[in-house]
Design a protein around this ligand. Structure first.
Ligand SMILES: Nc1nc2c(c(=O)[nH]1)N[C@H]1C(S)=C(S)[C@@H](COP(=O)(O)O)O[C@H]1N2
Ligand SMILES: [Mo]
Length: 315
């Protein structure tokens, strides 16, 4: 999603193969015992590394009946510019990224500023599982079973004052561990923001995991934001600072390309990116393209937040 890089897409072949594997796994998870019992010649098809934690998700779908994107695609095809602008390199480059210990500072216009460490974050609220579609501004999407908790649970603890109008999020700045942060074309650290009502919305999550497992480094460990009705870039990774402010934060992408990336970044098939259409998307792991939905299909839940706003101006 940078100015230099065209919206690139993973090789369809690789995805097709991994999709086939996933479907096979999902099938085997329910029928493996039968196959073994019958001493079938298909026995060699059984994957000995079948992960029971992943197969527990095999029959799940999102609220529109879409099947989940395979774990290997979610963790193998990522956008994490602090490591690399490539989709596949962050997996390797982030392998040894230290996310424990980890401290998040939460302050600004609140009654109860606080800091939380990783263990507190991962255990202070009961984890919920939320299956959300995620639509990248580049035109691809995934269906992801997140683990996490609504951001509003944190807001209820720190109590933003009436002066707080926005929340500003910041990713860790650590160029020694994050080679991409030596790339001077970006104003590090990565920053994102939400309006207060967006932050309080029940769909808005702080995510700590995917498929029941803790987040991988390349997906934003130990904790990231997830805002399913907005383009993926709003869902900032590896957060170290949450600050309540009275002015609209300038996100990294607004700073890099103000005519291309706005503050709201709501998924909207009717408002094209200046360089490409946003009307359709490709679901990772599937072939062809599907129509992009207003607010990424969460219109009933969130349209009221933007009533009366011109979404071609507030893009
Ligand atoms: N800190 C940080 N957060 C980030 C990004 C990034 O480069 N750095 N990329 C964003 C973009 S463009 C998208 S589409 C999503 C991708 O999330 P995923 O890689 O877990 O699928 O993360 C978002 N959060
Ligand atoms: Mo993205």
């Amino acid at each position: 999603m940078s100015r230099k890089i065209q919206p690139s897409e993973i090789t369809p072949e690789a995805l097709y193969i991994s999709r086939r594997r996933f479907i096979k796994k999902a099938f085997l998870s329910t029928s493996a015992s039968l196959l073994i019992a019958s001493c079938s010649t298909q026995e060699s098809d059984i994957n000995p590394t079948l992960d029971p934690e992943l197969s527990a998700f095999s029959s799940q779908t999102d609220d529109q009946g879409n099947i989940l994107t395979p774990y290997n695609d979610i963790t193998g095809y990522t956008n994490y510019y602090e490591f690399s602008t490539s989709k596949t390199q962050p997996t390797e480059l982030a392998k040894n990224f230290v996310t424990d210990p980890w401290i998040i500072k939460i302050d600004g216009l609140v009654n109860n500023p606080t800091t939380l460490d990783r263990d507190q974050l991962l255990s202070m609220f009961e984890s919920e599982e939320r299956i959300y579609r995620m639509r990248c501004v580049e035109g691809w999407s995934m269906v992801i079973p997140w683990k996490g908790f609504p951001l509003k649970k944190i807001l209820d603890i720190v109590e933003p004052t009436s002066d707080a109008k926005y929340v500003r999020f910041e990713t860790v700045f650590d160029p020694e561990q994050m080679p991409g942060q030596n790339n001077p074309s970006f104003p590090w650290p990565y920053v994102e923001g939400l309006r207060m009502d967006e932050a309080y919305h029940d769909l808005t999550l702080l995510a700590t995991g995917i498929y029941g497992k803790n987040l991988t480094p390349q997906n934003g460990a130990p904790v990231r934001l997830v805002v399913p009705w907005k383009y993926g870039f709003k869902s900032i990774k590896s957060i170290v600072h949450i600050e309540f402010v009275d002015e609209m934060p300038v996100s990294l992408w607004m700073a890099v390309g103000p005519s291309e990336y706005g503050f709201y970044a709501n998924v909207n098939p009717n408002v094209d990116h200046p360089r490409w259409s946003q009307a359709t998307e490709r679901r990772i792991g599937e072939s062809g393209r599907i129509e992009t939905q207003m607010f990424n299909g969460y219109e009933d839940e969130v349209a009221a937040l933007y009533e009366g706003m011109d979404l071609t101006i507030n893009f």
